[in-house]
Design a protein around this ligand. Sequence first.
Ligand SMILES: *Cc1c(COP(=O)(O)O)cnc(C)c1O
Length: 373
Amino acid sequence: MPNDTPTLLRSATPQLWLNPLRANGGDVPPLVLQGHPWGIADMHTAQHRFARFAPLLAQLFPELADSRGQIESALVPVPHMQQALGLPPQAGRLWVKADHSLPVAGSIKARGGFHEVLEWAEALAEQHGLLGPNTNYTTLAEPAARALFARHQVAVGSTGNLGMAIGVLAAALGFRAVVHMSVDAKDWKKNRLRQRGVEVVEHAGDYEQAVSQGRQLAKPDPLCHFVDDERSMSLFVGYSAAALHLRDQLKAQGVAVDAEHPLLVYLPCGVGGAPAGIAWGLHQIFGAHVHCFFAEPVQSPCFLVQMLAPVGHHPSVYDYGLTNHTQADGLAVPRASLLAAYAMQAMLAGAFTLQDHTLLEHLALLHATEGMR
Ligand SMILES: *Cc1c(COP(=O)(O)O)cnc(C)c1O
């Protein structure tokens, strides 16, 4: 049996792929999209937007009172997990960036998804004269702003977690919120959204179909903003801002990142927007000293499939005879974001695939060794 990358993909065999196009020498390839050269200034813009909204978020979500409206996660050393995985201390130090415990949304989607909803809310409020240069954003919890938001709708297609993030925030701000869910979405996520006043539309198809039907339904309505997980730069820069906080956390822990101390980052990948946004943000800060690897389920390796595709092609995991079935519901995506793939083509260090039982064993190991849930 040959064991080239496509053969291993087809047979759902776990593998590591290294990107032959990764740029050497520390150059960060420029990202020019929609006529704009994206860079660290855009990451700061997103970070400042989160900061402007923090007082409002602290008011809307009691769980944010302690952090005064900041939505961030801890960087946790996991030495016992490192030992259990057989990684010797000379290999470096293993950390978990605890985005699973990001408040309000409970997933990495709080970064990109929240950013896009906040950006739209801010633009609407500005257009309607509700925000001046010195306005406190808690104004947006008052009747004038809520009435404005109530006339508008936020829609999104999701396997579950993006819908949770967008739906919960949009509804809290007073928007009408509609979430188009794929078959993979877990029932408890649908129920929780409905409890929060979000309209959940269930689709018989996969994530890609839920997104495309949601996009079609939203298009003719000027009062509806569709959060497009496959194409949105607002999501992308919202995710990328995570890198600024991670830089500060590493510094606070005395962790240097340089040629002798490379930073290796392992990012779970669905459509690719979240991991690509974060990888891109880290490269704006650490250049060639950071090496990002995307982790994908063996049945849903859409990003690796896209990285292998010839220019102009957009294949899906079904083209490889795969099922797109995985317990990792946030990663059950058949076709990658072209935006994310474009941003990563010369930047991504590699991608690897895992069987579901490995994901679950590692979760159990984290619980046993570090008490992490
Ligand atoms: C969505 C999601 C990811 C991956 O993000 P994409 O933008 O879809 O690649 C990773 N982890 C969790 C928990 C998610 O919900």
